[in-house]
Design a protein around this ligand. Structure first.
Ligand code: 5GP
Length: 189
């Protein structure tokens, strides 16, 4: 069984993490996006098996019982998200490093599990106001889920110091260059 390095990128929703993660993947050919399992419905344009493995709650709970996850969290009420052991192993077996784009609590768990071979980066929005504006602009939230996400972001920001690096996403190009440098240095080291 091969093991390797794990890159964890975490952030409150709306901090611009997804864009940064796409830019990082493009800049770093040794990284492979780790496709999480989740029980929320696919958004327009999302593809099962590419963006997520979209599972029923029953199936997800079955996998929890089988100990199939590196970590899992109920990220939003009733909505499970988790990193499958099989996914991480598949990427290691290809001699590549998985990039985990996961929530703050999940990121803390993975870090604890792999203290010697993980690198964690917390992406921070400049402020909660900016974060709310970004979520509104994205247009994927109902007023209720928007409120839920902003409240969660407020809480998650208090954990930023738990991670190896904090990158403030004020200017996208600057944040992207900083993130790419941190990860490339770690993978080369
Ligand atoms: P979204 O519903 O916007 O795709 O994701 C919501 C949150 O769930 C994001 O913060 C995302 O990073 C997180 N997430 C995605 N996959 C996982 C996972 O496998 N485990 C955990 N703990 N969080 C995840």
């Amino acid at each position: 069984m091969l093991t390797g390095k794990i890159i964890i990128v975490t952030a409150p929703s709306g901090s611009g993490k997804t864009t940064l993660v796409h830019k990082l993947l493009a800049a770093c050919p040794r990284l492979t996006f780790s496709i999480s399992a989740c029980t929320r419905s696919p958004r327009d344009g999302e593809i099962d098996g590419k963006d997520y493995h979209f599972l029923s709650t029953e199936k997800f709970e079955e996998l929890i019982k089988e100990d199939a996850f590196v970590e899992w969290e109920m990220v939003y009420p009733g909505k499970y998200y988790g990193t499958l052991k099989s996914e991480v192993q598949r990427i290691w077996d290809e001699n590549r490093s998985p990039l985990l784009d996961i929530d703050v609590q999940g990121a803390i768990s993975v870090q604890k599990k792999y203290p010697d071979n993980s690198l964690s980066i917390f992406i921070q929005a400049p402020s909660l106001e900016v974060l709310q504006q970004r979520l509104e602009k994205r247009g994927t939230e109902t007023p209720e889920s928007l409120k839920e996400r902003v409240e969660k972001a407020r809480y998650e920001m208090s954990f930023s110091h738990e991670f190896n690096h904090i990158v403030i996403n004020d200017d996208l190009e600057t944040a992207s260059a900083t993130l790419n440098d941190i990860v490339l240095n770690y993978l080369e080291g």
